[in-house]
Write a protein that binds this ligand. Structure first.
Ligand SMILES: *[C@@H]1O[C@H](CO)[C@@H](O)[C@H](O)[C@H]1NC(C)=O
Ligand SMILES: *[C@@H]1O[C@H](CO)[C@@H](O)[C@H](O)[C@H]1NC(C)=O
Length: 396
């Protein structure tokens, strides 16, 4: 599908979940021939270290000492891997070739595919602005941990996601900084049980679930937590994006919590009418069903008047959208919200009857904060949403 076909992927971090115990083995890439000079192609040494680690059933560490290592296209493939405890510890910087053609069209830079139990700790990934799709791609993987990684690409390099995850479960990304030209983290179809915590994102396009729903038959996204993330000057904060075309995909059980927005264009956004260039989708409805999404404790500034935008599928709407302790400002005014086809069920003691839209099967779903000062915030927020619901003329 579209997501993958274009992409030189720089996939970088995968590591194990357990500290290696007694029999741990370490492969230092320099001992295998890698040169920390930023100029010599070290791809082979990294791949030999990977092959050696995979061949062993014991916990294994691949160590990358300080220095700059030029890596061309490299795929870390795990289907035949005997090892489920591989740690890649990076004290150095991995550098992409300065000419993107060295990565190859439609290829990837560093790809982790079908691996289980890999942890990547530390390291800087320098895409040199030549990585065209993903700096790190995690595809078909289970129990992957990425921690303390820094991804840097210039904010104007197009289509360079920081970390892309798809068809994977049990992926944790923490304590990392991601600066890219596209999504800091993008979450594709078939992603479950993800945990993203303590990440600084920006510049870039924010954290995105999607694009989803390009395929008619598509695995969904479920149980994703995004917690304690700062978005600085990004295009979006947290986004859910689906193609406006039929699909049996879904997004459910999502928590966005404790986020701080600094001058973000769309801090909170659900876009179910994604149809760039009106190709293969105009006039159609997204089949992706979005439900049970919580936005909690989200503060900061919006770079545009509309800080919250829910544009849900006309066919299915979004259900179970909860907002709790959200306070976003635009300049010195409260920001606005815009919503189409949003709803769910009401819980908590707030009864904002006025906002009940008529003639719709969907009901608003807003949960009031239980925090002492939350009510005030909530009321302000609520009045914003109320306008929003009313404006969407009975669709909520
Ligand atoms: C949701 O994902 C987290 C990991 O991110 C996991 O610990 C938890 O057990 C999952 N919940 C369910 C119900 O699977
Ligand atoms: C929202 O945040 C602004 C800026 O930090 C603050 O001045 C305002 O009092 C907050 N509103 C509520 C209801 O907490």
């Amino acid at each position: 599908m579209v997501l993958l076909s274009c992409c030189p992927v720089i996939t970088i971090l995968l590591a194990f979940f357990y500290q290696p115990l007694a029999t741990a083995v370490t492969y230092n890439v320099v001992n295998l021939g890698a040169k920390p000079d930023g100029k010599t192609d070290s791809t082979k040494s990294f791949l030999s270290a990977w092959d050696a680690a995979c061949a062993s059933a014991n916990p294994t560490t691949i160590y990358v000492p300080p220095g700059r290592y030029l890596l061309h296209k490299a795929k870390f493939y795990g289907e035949q891997c005997k090892n489920t405890a591989i740690t890649i510890r990076i004290d150095g910087t991995l550098v992409a070739p300065s000419d993107y053609r060295a990565i190859g069209n439609g290829g990837s830079w560093l790809i982790f595919e079908k691996v289980s139990g890999v942890s990547i700790f530390g390291g800087t990934l320098d895409g040199q602005g030549t990585v065209r799709c993903f700096h790190i791609a995690i595809d078909g993987c289970h129990n992957v941990k990425v921690q303390g990684v820094m991804v840097s690409a210039s904010g104007n390099s197009p289509n360079t996601d920081g970390i892309h995850i798809q068809l994977s479960s049990g992926v944790t990304i923490s304590n990392s900084r991601i600066a890219t030209g596209d999504d800091c983290v993008s979450i594709g179809p078939g992603s479950t049980n993800l945990w993203i915590e303590n990440v600084a994102c920006g510049p870039g396009h924010g954290i995105s679930i999607g694009s989803l729903g390009w395929e008619l038959q598509e695995p969904g996204v479920q149980n994703v937590t995004v917690k304690t993330v700062t978005f600085t000057g990004t295009q979006n904060g947290v986004r859910i994006k689906t193609w406006g075309r039929p699909s049996n995909g879904f997004v459910r059980g999502i928590v966005f919590q404790n986020l701080f927005m600094v001058n973000v264009q769309n801090p909170i956004i659900i876009d179910q009418n994604y149809c760039p260039h009106n190709n293969n989708c105009p006039g159609q409805n997204s089949g992706v069903i979005i439900s049970d999404v919580t936005y909690q404790d989200i503060h900061g500034t919006s770079a545009t008047a509309v800080a919250v935008k829910f544009d849900c599928s006309k066919k299915y709407g979004c259900k179970g959208i909860r907002l709790e302790d959200v306070n976003l400002t635009f300049g010195d005014q409260p920001a606005e919200a815009s919503c189409v086809n949003v709803g769910g069920s009401t819980s908590g003691s707030v009864e904002p009857t006025k906002a009940e839209a008529e003639g719709t099967s969907l009901k608003r779903n807003i949960v009031r904060s239980s925090e002492p000062h939350g009510l005030q915030k909530f009321e302000k927020w609520y009045s914003m949403l109320e306008r929003c619901f009313l404006r969407s003329s009975g669709r909520c």
